[in-house]
Design a binder for this molecule. Structure first.
Ligand code: SF4
Ligand code: SF4
Length: 431
């Protein structure tokens, strides 16, 4: 797409109907337009199939919201979530729509800080601030939200969020012993019952199988895309990959899967014809750690503006969302729920202890992606990822893998300092 013709569209009438603070929110689309033009549309040799994802950004506050409003009118409830542990398959099987509501914007932090303490993770503050300030159309459109108990900041915030929008909470175990798995199965069954109650529709074996296939297809398309981007030289930038993985949380799953597959076809063509976004000599970086919710593009922009390519995101907005699928085939409802819970228990969030699987997974992805260094990204005040970085560093040192840990937030204040650190790290990698 031509940079000049790109625009994040506005729809004040729709926002008004959704009870938003229209005057304040009107400043958001022009801000995202400017950032998107600078960070994404200035890139050279982008795959043509990125046009669809540009369009999704252009429609993020208008066309996609209109689709969700229409779906609600047709009897499909919209459920907001904050964590990849909340099983989307069950929402789909109940004829509902799942949207990710994690916040990645500095713009809503001040709204949250009027109510919540300042010294908590910016993702929680950003998400809460969107609702408190009525400045996110997704938050306004959801019928209710489903939080979880992964970390302290989240689980206590849900108690306050419930005063603004009906907020249910799933208990996610913190360990992976048999008794923890048994608790998780019960939580999933309760979640199924809650979705059935809200949608007024029984989730049958057939509807759950269909939803499982739909989500498996989506996750497999993302796996295929991630494997293709590992090629050296990279056929797609890390910035574009991050964007696609962010859009995965608000787009319609079937359409999204088709578009990802089309992009994969183009990347295969590019690989055959040696079309890339950076030379093969460009340093290759894996980013691990806390998820980067839309529109958090800060670190990818810094790394790629310094001449490197991000070749993998070990993150929930990354491989943790799609590395595992649910085994298909003949099953009873109990079998299928068992397979579903097994799949979800493989998510190696740092809220678990012990969590050696994640350390192994990061190293595995480092090797598979052909990365030359790991930058571990942690949001300020996220204790679990921050402390787990110690073990990751130890594992990297043992295996001679260049490693750097950074802690940041959504403000632009540390950009200069991060640029200097990233450049020094890239020099170290290149020897
Ligand atoms: S990092 Fe943990 S808490 Fe956050 S989305 Fe992933 S699994 Fe959920
Ligand atoms: S980044 Fe860390 S502190 Fe923030 S919501 Fe996720 S797990 Fe909690």
């Amino acid at each position: 797409m031509e940079s000049k013709s790109f625009e994040v569209k506005s729809n004040p009438e729709l926002w008004e109907k959704l009870g938003m603070d229209v005057a304040r929110f009107s400043a958001m689309p022009p801000m995202i337009t400017a950032a998107y033009q600078k960070i994404f549309l200035s890139q050279k040799d982008r795959p043509k199939a990125m046009a669809y994802f540009d369009e999704m950004v252009s429609e993020v506050h208008s066309g996609r919201i209109e689709e969700l409003v229409k779906a609600k009118e047709e009897g499909h409830p919209v459920i907001g979530t904050f964590c990849v542990y909340v099983p989307e398959e069950i929402v789909l099987a109940g004829d509902g729509i799942c949207v990710g509501l994690c916040g990645g914007s500095q713009g809503s932090i001040a709204d949250a800080e009027k109510i919540l303490p300042r010294n908590i993770c910016p993702m929680v503050k950003s998400a809460f601030g969107f609702k408190a300030g009525r400045i996110c159309p997704y938050f306004q459109v959801v019928d209710f939200v489903y939080g979880e108990t992964t970390c302290d900041a989240k689980k206590k915030t849900w108690e306050i969020l419930d005063q603004y929008v009906p907020t249910h909470v799933m208990e996610i175990p913190q360990m992976k012993r048999e008794r923890d798995k048994a608790l998780w199965v019960e939580e999933v069954k309760d979640f199924k019952k809650a979705v059935e109650k809200i949608t007024g529709k029984e989730i049958t074996l057939e509807s759950l199988q269909q939803a499982t296939r739909k989500m498996n297809a989506k996750r497999m398309a993302l796996q295929r895309l991630n494997a293709l981007r590992h090629h050296n030289p990279s056929p797609i930038s890390g910035r574009d990959m991050l964007l696609i993985q962010q859009i995965a949380f608000y787009d319609e799953p079937q359409r999204f899967t088709q578009k990802v597959d089309l992009l994969c076809d183009e990347l295969e063509y590019r690989i055959r014809n040696k079309v890339s976004v950076a030379p093969a000599s460009a340093p290759r970086i894996l980013i691990s750690g806390t998820p980067m919710a839309l529109p958090n593009w800060k670190l990818h922009n810094i790394v790629e503006s310094a001449g490197a390519v991000v070749v993998n995101e070990e993150s929930c907005i990354g491989t943790r969302y799609y590395k595992d699928t649910i085994e298909d085939g003949t099953a009873t409802m109990d079998d299928l729920l068992g397979r579903l819970t097994d799949r979800y228990m493989k998510i190696d969030c740092s809220c678990f202890t012990p969590n050696e699987d994640r350390i192994d997974q990061v190293i595995r992805e480092y090797r598979e992606s052909g990365a030359q260094g790991i930058i571990d990204y942690c949001l300020q005040f996220c204790h679990t990822y921050n402390i787990e970085a110690v073990k990751l560093r130890q594992a990297c040192e043992k295996q001679g893998i260049p490693f750097m840990a950074i802690e940041s937030d959504y403000s632009p204040e540390d950009v200069g300092q991060l640029q200097t650190r990233v450049e020094a790290f890239l020099e170290q990698i290149q020897g």
